[in-house]
Design a binder for this molecule. Structure first.
Ligand code: ATP
Length: 587
């Protein structure tokens, strides 16, 4: 790898904070990073240390271009944009995010296929080499959820190395690990850097063994200022020049940290003095020796794999993951069977021998429609809130469109199975559902409805930031959809505005279609004169007229076309939603 120098100049970052109550509070700016400059040479590991909340992660995200602040980033003296930097570096997040049910092999096969534009054999060679280097070879077929924290960290690290980045940004790569695992990770990072890369890592409280391994340190004060920046030896000299001598039996990291965190009111002034002193005595003058650093000219790394490749591998991962959640699927299947059976038994005595049965049949038909829509919708709703961290972490790996499509496609098998199971149970239990023609017609309608329910779930899942927001929205939304389904209100009495609102969900069109295919085949219901009811239906067409529903198969075809349009619309809105998530959420 070509030699290079990475510099950062006058980096500043602040956020707006609200003080006081919501009504009479005021906003003020909180400075997280205050005028930070520095440099790093290829081949080096830089540890960023400081007390909790001092801005280590903030600085790392700014240096990696994940967050935008004020200041300039340069490679070999040339300014680089955040986008260009992101495409040439990788960011290892503080917490490991995986599809926990995948095995180590499946996880890295996916990452390698997405990151490398190489043949299967070449990929396998790289994978086995990295597995060996990161001591993960013996865990190839183990599910990720069964790995220890240290093994998970190494696996996350391995995933970051496929793209062969120039710079690796690691947020707390050793936090929560025992001393041995922490040392192993730091040694791996030193090895990675020695191949000509730069590794930045934030560290909370390194052991003396780990601290010994660092050669460059950035120390941050509690208000995001540089207390010290440079080699470990220079740190010792600087602190000693301030009459702060680290006892030989003491962990130097603990010693420095003790002097850069606020424990008493006096400490704030002492830390400010250190900051001031470092600026005066040691601060680097940024006229970098650019001689010898002309080799590397960073370019934006275009994704090498095309749309179809991404869709194929994303769908592969979705289906492998689905295949692993078998217990969940069995549970959902059994619930579907139980619900349908209970409803089937409750309505099993309803026959077309009397007019009053019409109300029950209309009720059952709406129950079938709403059950299916709800089951499919709720199954999809969890998708994005659960996966948003993985999606954001894999931002640079694939485009959002194949990701979204793979999620949509994965819901189709459930739609096929659930709607069929539902109908078979109802046709077995209910005496008024009989012919195979009706079964087929209903299946076609309900399959499309199920897909529509799934895409509505995905859409809501992508639009709202968390499940809590979705839950708040969904109850009034469901009530509105059910009220406008056509069972409880004569559609012609609706105001114009509500006539349009009924089309925002699949309830109305599906219910109307199911009613049409059912009632059009019912020739005779009962003898009206013998029945004391206010509404008398002689045949199925009468029923459809009573509910203001269409009475032709053409209407059903139009409704099916509308369902397809609705599916596309939900997917499109959902896609916009995840584009927004991608832009708003940063690591
Ligand atoms: N969006 C934000 N709005 C308000 N405050 C924020 C925001 N992001 C970060 N902070 C605050 O900025 C400070 C620095 O946060 P940061 O996560 O960088 O700290 P850190 O040094 O990495 O901490 P730790 O070691 O505990 O992970 C913290 O006090 C945090 O609460």
């Amino acid at each position: 790898m070509a030699k290079f120098i990475f510099t950062w100049h006058n980096i500043n970052y602040s956020v707006e904070e609200r003080c006081g109550s919501f009504l009479n509070g005021s906003k003020k700016r909180k400075i997280l990073i205050d005028d930070v400059s520095g440099c790093a040479f290829s081949g080096s590991v830089i540890a960023i240390i400081g007390g909790s909340g001092c801005g280590k992660t903030a600085l790392l995200t700014l240096l990696s271009g994940q967050r935008k602040g004020r200041g300039v980033l340069k490679i070999n003296g040339r300014i680089i944009t955040g986008k260009m930097l992101r495409s040439n570096s990788t960011y290892l997040q503080q917490s490991d995010v995986f599809f926990e049910n995948l095995t180590v092999e499946e996880h890295i096969t996916f990452k390698a296929a997405m990151s490398l534009n190489k043949t299967k054999t070449e990929r396998e060679l790289i994978i086995s080499l990295l597995l060996k280097n990161l001591s993960l070879g013996h865990l190839t077929y183990v599910k990720i959820k069964n790995l220890s924290s240290g093994e998970k960290r190494r696996l996350s690290l391995l995933s970051c190395l496929f793209s062969d980045p120039y710079i690796l940004f690691c947020d707390e790569p050793i936090s929560g690990l025992d001393s041995f695992s922490a040392t192993t990770i730091v040694k791996i990072l030193i090895e990675v850097a020695s191949s000509g890369k730069i590794v930045f890592m934030t560290v909370h409280q390194p052991s003396s063994e780990v601290f010994e391994l660092f050669n460059n340190i950035i120390m941050l004060s509690p208000n995001g200022k540089i207390v010290f920046e440079g080699s470990k030896d220079n740190a010792k000299t600087f602190f000693e020049s301030q009459l702060l001598f680290c006892p030989s039996s003491y962990n130097p990291a603990d010693f420095y940290l003790n002097h850069i965190i606020i424990k008493t009111p006096n400490d704030e002034r002492k830390i400010e003095d250190l900051v001031k002193q470092f600026k005066e005595d040691y601060s680097l003058k940024f006229d970098f020796p650019e001689n010898g650093y002309h080799g590397l000219l960073l370019k934006y790394k275009e994704k090498e794999n095309g749309f179809l490749h991404e869709l194929k591998w994303l769908s592969w991962r979705v289906f492998v993951n689905l295949g692993r959640n078998t217990e969940e699927h069995y549970f959902s299947f059994i619930l579907t069977v139980i619900t349908a059976s209970i409803l089937g038994i409750v309505y099993s005595n309803v026959t077309l021998a009397e007019t009053s049965a019409v109300q029950s049949i209309q009720g059952v038909l709406l129950l079938i429609v709403s059950e299916l829509i709800f089951i499919q919708m709720y199954q999809a709703i969890y998708t994005f809130p659960e996966e948003v961290n993985i999606f954001v972490q894999e931002k640079e790996l694939y485009s959002p469109l194949p990701y979204f499509l793979s999620k949509t496609v994965s819901l189709i098998p459930f739609a096929l199975v659930h709607s069929l199971v539902f109908l078979i149970i109802y046709f077995t239990c209910l005496p008024f559902l009989t012919t195979s023609k009706l079964l087929l017609e209903m299946y076609l309608i309900l399959f499309l409805t199920s897909v529509c329910g799934s895409s509505l779930g995905l859409c809501l899942s992508a639009l709202f930031p968390t499940l809590e927001y979705i839950n708040l929205f969904i109850v009034p939304f469901e009530i509105l959809c059910l009220v406008l389904s056509g069972l409880w209100i004569r559609i012609h009495t609706l105001s114009k505005a509500f006539s349009i609102v009924k089309y925002i969900s699949p309830f109305y069109v599906t219910y109307e279609s199911i009613c049409i295919v059912y009632w059009l085949d019912v020739g005779h219901i009962t003898n009206c004169s013998e029945i004391d009811t206010t509404t008398c239906f002689e045949n199925g067409t009468d029923v459809l007229g009573n509910y203001d529903f269409g009475q032709t198969y053409e209407r059903v075809s139009n409704n099916l076309i509308f369902l397809i349009i609705l599916i596309i619309a939900y997917c499109y809105i959902g896609y916009i939603g995840i584009l927004r998530k991608r832009a708003l959420y940063h690591i």
